[in-house]
Write a protein that binds this ligand. Structure first.
Ligand code: NOJ
Length: 438
């Protein structure tokens, strides 16, 4: 391990999402879903989560203690538009206030418009399977941009469309609990259409109002898919995964071109609909095909035997961040922002090393000429991890859910030092990494 630095204007931030931290919103799909028996691994729900809605000042103060210069947060659609076409000015004022406080603290805001949760009215009308969502999402995006676009330049339209559709419409573990691959395709078309419409609205409003040019993109969940053995069929399966899980969204949202099997042509227009490439990176999947189970078309997904894993059993594979970022940079020739990267580590045993190893890959990307602009660690603090509930601990800050007390973890102190020094110095290594290696 060696010290390394990062550019001075590089964003080193943290990321969260509304339902995962805010609490006290009863009007969204995850509130209703997570309170039904058996929906989360540990029986917890998102009713209170981190109570961030009432603790904005305290949490921004913690961000300043972490020395981050960026924060990715999401706006909760169900708060902003509690009924179709009715916008809540109080909720908007709350977010505006939060963003003003971030800016005053020297923290650059990045705002996500859709992060897995839907207003109940949208959910009950079919959400992303109903073509009306394209117009509705574009209207909501325009409303938010109109009210916050003087403060926020960096926007994420939709977070991890492939994950939302896989869990909600293929596995059925997330709302709406559907299991129909054709709905994955349908939802994908609508998400692409909605992204393009929102992208257009935001840019049009910006130029009309003489505002600084916004940077708008989706945040894609990218994984490394690798054939476990030498079988050619495993390579085909990996390609199928790459297409269905990555490329249909990355290509469709960037250019408007629909790829088979989700569609064809450019029904939402053709153009350049992303200003950067947003990448959420966590892990690698090894794909195994068992000839004894030929009907299992997509094979089995395994962790490489002997590889390090996190608390949820995901392989820790830092090199994947390099591979995927470089590949997507070459394909789209747009700046890359690592919009998420992190690990559940309840006892904080390996997060420090994880951060070092992944930021080291960022350094390598910069050295290889990839224009990486920022890294947002997932997550600022422990939070509601969807179907895993509150049990998966992704935070740089530990949260005691009975008292809501926050405590910066040792790995959080390490990240704070990196943010403060814009890199890993000898002294930081001495203090934080050597004891671990020894
Ligand atoms: C990606 C998602 O955007 C986020 O909501 C989730 O908590 C993290 N991955 C960790 O699974």
């Amino acid at each position: 391990m060696t010290p390394f630095d990062l550019p001075n204007n590089f964003i080193l931030g943290t990321a969260t999402a509304s339902v995962q931290i805010e609490g006290s919103d009863t009007n969204n799909s995850w509130y209703r879903w997570s309170r039904q028996p058996g929906r989360t691994a540990d029986g917890t729900d998102c009713t209170i989560a981190d109570d961030h809605w009432n603790r904005v000042d305290e949490d921004i103060d913690l961000m300043t203690q972490l020395h981050v210069n960026g924060y990715r947060m999401s706006i909760e659609w169900s708060r902003i538009e509690p009924e179709p076409g009715h916008f809540d000015s109080g909720a908007m004022a709350h977010y505006r206030d939060e963003i003003e406080k971030l800016i005053a603290a020297g923290i650059h805001p990045m705002v996500t418009l859709h992060h897995f949760s839907n207003p109940l009215w949208l959910e009950d009308a079919g959400a992303w399977l109903n073509p009306a969502v394209i117009r509705q999402f574009a209207r909501y995006a325009a409303h938010v941009y109109t009210h916050l676009g003087d403060l926020v330049t960096d926007w994420i339209t939709i977070n991890e469309p492939s994950v939302y559709l896989t869990f909600g419409h293929v596995w059925g573990d997330w709302p709406p609990g559907d299991q129909n691959i054709l709905n994955y395709f349908k939802g994908a078309r609508h998400m692409i259409g909605a992204h393009i419409a929102a992208y257009g609205n935001i840019h049009e409003l910006a130029s009309g109002q003489g505002r600084p040019t916004p940077r708008v993109a989706a945040a894609h969940h990218l994984r490394v898919f690798e054939p476990a053995g030498g079988k050619i069929v495993e390579r085909w399966i990996c390609r199928a995964f790459e297409r269905l899980f990555h490329n249909v969204f990355a290509e469709g949202m960037a250019t408007g071109r629909l790829l088979w099997p989700i569609g064809c042509g450019t029904p939402f227009g053709q153009g350049d609909f992303q200003d950067y490439v947003g990448i959420n990176y966590y892990t690698r999947d090894m794909i195994v095909f068992n000839p004894g189970k030929p009907l299992q078309l997509f094979g089995d997904t395994l962790v490489k035997p002997g590889a390090p894993v996190n608390d949820l059993g995901w392989e820790i594979y830092p090199e994947g961040l390099f591979e995927l970022s470089q590949r997507f940079y070459r394909r789209f020739k747009k700046p890359v922002v690592i919009t998420e990267n992190g690990t559940p580590d309840r006892s904080d045993a390996f997060r420090t090393r994880y951060i070092y190893d992944h930021l080291y890959q960022v350094r390598k990307l910069l050295d290889a000429g990839v224009d990486v602009r920022g890294y947002y660690h997932w997550s600022l603090m422990d939070n509601f991890e969807w179907a895993e509930g509150l049990g998966a601990r992704f935070g740089l800050i530990e949260v005691d859910y009975t008292t809501q007390a926050r405590r910066i973890r040792r790995s959080g102190e390490f990240y704070a030092e990196i943010c403060r020094n814009h890199g890993v110095t000898e002294a930081i290594m001495e203090e934080h990494l050597n004891p671990i290696v020894a």
